[in-house]
Design a protein around this ligand. Structure first.
Ligand code: GDG
Length: 461
């Protein structure tokens, strides 16, 4: 595969299928990366999601919609230790400041390193001379090091989709040092926000003695890496169009009819403890208690498709939410009113766009979130003449860009309750003014801007 320059090799835990993307059921990330792959040529490599009794490294190479994807099956033990173990029981909670939920087991770490080595050996023959290699997310932090060990001299980039934790939290990870050192085998490392980048720089300068130079270059011994901020966006145009589609209109009308004149407050989150759902339900309960006049004029729709169901903390959050929503509904419901509609399933993207458009308020209140794309999608889906109000956690990466939202501390039930009341009473003029400022950012710093910003840095390095 050598001889052609600057093709793109994308490597992530899972590969998005171009077929699903053309069906309109794919997030902006997949759309942007697939477009880049189509333009530059190259391949998207990752785990197939399937298991095989014993790892063979056999690649399933597929060509669809002008893009090549390559997937590999893993062993059940790999999935337990690498995916359900180190990635989702160690790194995910720790990087979201939840030491209390973090499990450290030697087998998890062993499996994580083994799968990273397996990924490296398997993808190695697909990397041609001059190709840009772009590795995604916390599942694959040491992949760059493994590729270097195999003699890969290409430009290697790494993007972290989740927050980078404060140094004192990261230090509770038993092998934090080799893990972070391995990032120096990349040429460019990207984060969503300046906060996450600062936390990274704090660790590498204080803990490893790295030196910070011009232009985000950080040097550790022989190796230099450029650390950049590149906030991910959405495909704003596509989402605005989705919100006007037939399916969206249908969902919108369906919501309106079932609302019987009440204003809808919407939340859409993968069922995950980082999203702050029990706190959100508690804040809504506080709002209902403090504003009896508004009770019965609103209802909340929480869409929360289950995820990572093999991990015990995810089973626990599901049980907790069933209990909290049941308790609030039991306390406040009337014969013709259910205050919280809580659904544990996913909806097609167009339909989701219609639901966003029908909502007067969106509650995006994670306790920690790398970026949060729902906040951006909600804004893009609004009716320009009568837009809704975004209530956004200060702990979501998106808060750094979406400053015209109602920014709240998700731990404070009073603050969120006040923001809900303010949003419901907000005059149209102010809603339009805030929405325009938000949309301006979302259109400007969209997912293609993000991709070009990262790849531009990688090409220059
Ligand atoms: C990580 C970081 C960062 C949700 N329910 C449905 C549905 N969704 C879609 C949303 C949105 C996506 O899932 C969720 O995006 P997030 O940004 O909230 O979060 P994570 O999945 O946790 O991803 C995060 C992101 O990476 C990108 O860098 O923003 O901070 O944690 O697009 O619309 N989509 C459909 N039906 C649903 O019911 N079709």
């Amino acid at each position: 595969m050598s001889g052609r320059t600057s093709r793109l090799v994308v490597i992530s835990n899972r590969v998005q299928s171009p077929k699903a993307a053309s069906g309109g059921n794919q997030g902006g990330l997949a759309v942007a990366l697939l477009a880049a792959l189509r333009e530059k040529g190259g391949v998207w490599f990752g785990w197939s999601g399937e298991t095989v009794e014993s790892f063979t490294g056999a690649i399933d190479l597929q060509q669809a919609g002008g893009v090549a994807t390559a997937t590999v099956d893993l062993e059940p033990q790999d999935v337990d230790e690498y995916y359900n173990g180190y990635a989702n029981r160690s790194l995910w909670p720790l990087f979201h400041d939840r030491i209390d939920l973090t499990r450290f087991e030697r087998d998890f770490e062993g499996g994580y390193l083994r799968v990273n080595r397996r990924f490296a050996t398997t993808v190695r023959p697909l990397i041609g001379e001059g190709d840009l290699v772009w590795v995604h997310d916390y599942h694959l932090i040491p992949l760059g090091r493994e590729l270097r060990r195999l003699g890969v001299a290409n430009r290697l980039g790494f993007f972290l989709h989740i927050p980078w934790p404060p140094t004192r939290i990261l230090m509770s990870l038993p092998s934090h040092e080799p893990l972070v050192r391995s990032l120096f085998d990349y040429d460019v490392v990207g984060f969503h926000t300046q906060d996450w980048l600062d936390a990274f720089l704090h660790y590498v300068t204080r803990q490893l003695g790295a030196e910070l130079g011009e232009n985000g270059i950080v040097t550790l011994g022989e190796r230099s890496v450029r650390a950049i901020v590149a906030p991910i966006g959405i495909d704003a145009g596509e989402f605005e169009t989705a919100a006007r589609s037939e399916q969206a209109k249908f969902a919108h009308d369906r919501m309106h009819m079932s609302a019987t004149g009440r204003s809808m407050i919407v939340g859409v989150d993968r069922l995950d403890y980082s999203k702050g759902l029990p706190e959100r339900f508690g804040s809504y309960e506080r709002f209902l208690t403090q504003h009896p006049d508004l009770q019965g004029l609103v209802y909340m729709l929480q869409i929360a498709p289950p995820s990572r169901e093999k991990v015990d903390t995810y089973q626990a959050i599901r049980a907790e939410l069933d209990a909290v929503s049941g308790r609030i509904n039991g306390e406040f419901a009337d014969i013709d009113w259910v205050p919280i509609r809580y659904v544990n399933k996913g909806y097609p993207r167009d339909e989701l766009a219609g639901i966003y458009r029908a909502a007067r308020v969106a509650l995006v209140t994670p306790l920690r979130d790398g970026m949060n794309l729902v906040a951006k999608e909600y804004v893009a889906a609004q009716d320009p003449d009568d837009p809704g109000v975004l209530v956004l956690s200060i702990f979501a990466g998106a808060a750094a860009q979406l400053t015209a939202a109602l920014l709240v501390n998700p731990y404070s039930a009073d603050e969120v309750a006040d923001a809900i009341a303010l949003a419901l009473r907000m005059p149209r003029e102010e809603r339009v003014r805030r929405w325009r400022a938000l949309l301006d950012n979302i259109r400007r710093e969209d997912v293609f801007w993000w991709r070009d910003r990262f790849l531009g840095a990688l090409e220059q390095h």
